[in-house]
Design a protein around this ligand. Structure first.
Ligand SMILES: [Fe+2]
Length: 180
């Protein structure tokens, strides 16, 4: 990704590293906002309306996060890539695996999804420590929100002792199976 300028006070090599990491976060958040809508449409069961309506503010917030990251890339002289083909080609995970399923199955699967995004957001925060505190600040603020959204999801799956019903499941399908 060739660039003609970046923000003042940052050398091009550092800027390129930051832009690359930001592009990965953009890809991840674009995937997440589509996945959240997909779940919004496909949840079924007696607690449908609560989960269906809980997800739209998350979609809106994550969509705003994509805008902030993409515009930071452009601000730093880069080219944010937001096309569906690029997302599908460069992401390191498969499509969300559930179609129509109960609210509790989707929430267990979504917990896995959020864990993936948050883990990578936290890795970006660590990367930016030496590279760019301004980008780091953006990603920190997003991580706080993402972690709160994951708590909203987890609160449905938690028992009175604080254990998650799908604890230990590593994949969306395994998490859904554990609670189904
Ligand atoms: Fe809707």
């Amino acid at each position: 990704m060739a660039s003609r300028y970046t923000v003042p006070g940052m050398d091009e090599a550092a800027a390129e590293q930051v832009r690359e990491t930001l592009q990965h976060r953009l890809t991840s958040l674009l995937d997440l906002q589509l996945t959240l809508k997909h779940v919004h449409w496909n949840v079924v069961g007696p607690t449908f309306i609560g989960v269906h309506e809980m997800l739209d503010p998350q979609v809106d917030a994550v969509r705003l996060m994509t805008d902030n990251i993409a515009e930071r890339i452009a601000t730093m002289g880069g080219q944010p890539i937001g096309t569906p083909g690029h997302v599908a080609k460069t992401r390191g995970w498969d499509d969300y695996s559930l179609l129509r399923a109960t609210t509790i199955e989707h929430l267990a699967a979504l917990d896995i999804v959020y864990s993936g995004v948050i883990t990578d957001h936290r890795a970006a925060i660590a990367d930016f420590d030496e590279l760019d505190l301004v980008s780091q600040d953006i990603v920190i603020a997003q991580t706080e929100q993402l972690e709160m959204f994951q708590w909203f999801v987890r609160a449905h799956l938690e028992d009175a002792s604080g254990r998650l019903r799908h604890g230990g499941a590593a994949t969306e399908q395994a998490a859904a199976d554990a609670v189904g």
